[in-house]
Write a protein that binds this ligand. Sequence first.
Ligand SMILES: C[S@@+](CC[C@H](N)C(=O)[O-])C[C@H]1O[C@@H](n2cnc3c(N)ncnc32)[C@H](O)[C@@H]1O
Length: 276
Amino acid sequence: MKMILDERGKKYVLKPGQEFQSDLGIIKADVLDSAEVGDEVKSHLDHTFKIMKPNINDFIDIMDRRCSILLQKDIGQVLAHTGLGAGSRVVDAGTGAGAIALNFGNVVGPEGQVFTYEIREDFAEVARKNIDNFGITNIEVKNKNIKEGIDEDKIDLIFLDLPKPFGIFEDVLESLNVGGWLCVYAPYIDQAEISYRIAKKLGFYDIEIIELLERGLEVRQQGVRPKHVWLAIADTWYLQENYSYYLVDFSYNYFTIFLKKFNYFSYNLHLICKSR
Ligand SMILES: C[S@@+](CC[C@H](N)C(=O)[O-])C[C@H]1O[C@@H](n2cnc3c(N)ncnc32)[C@H](O)[C@@H]1O
């Protein structure tokens, strides 16, 4: 894979033998194939493109996705909290398009192994293709309902991103090494709470529920300010919205908030704990 960066800072990831076309012009496949990282190539419209080495996030940005994928902040939390490293064995479910599975595969390296379960055949196929295109061989995609049983044992981390994950915590415990990690990614507080109670009852320790809020800042000519505002509704920080899309009416003795259009709705929790 090669990545090219145009004059506007827009990136494109290309496969070997692929011709490039955009509004800034065409670059022939043989020109791209023979260029080295760091070289600059010209399109037929004389625009300059720099050859870059793509990393896993560049690849995930352009890969085929059929469902929502885990965000970098959430993937980072799992990797950093569990200290996952070379040679680790990981079970992941559901795979979706394979975003976190790819990160696991990338981190555990050739001596490690990732087994990722996906109930839907079409998603499993997409994930297999994505993993194949990324070019690593330590991830096995299983088109299987993980609730029917976990085939592997001596696992260092089991990561669950699916409804009612707590239904399989007993199986999880059987498959984990002593000191292995269970991580649950939950979009609802009650799912995290039930997971907490069941994990505790089963003897997991170091149990934590973590809410991660990430807010970027944008640099404008007038100054620097947050990209999004967090809106508190009923004491719970549930909605993130771009400034431009809502209007707060202060003319009443309470705030009336008119939400014109949602362009971002994201709420997720991590439950992370360790087996004995
Ligand atoms: C939100 S997506 C997963 C995103 C993915 N973890 C990532 O890294 O981007 C949830 C996936 O879980 C799958 N799924 C739901 N229940 C499942 C089960 N019991 N066993 C395996 N996969 C399941 C769904 O088909 C869906 O593809």
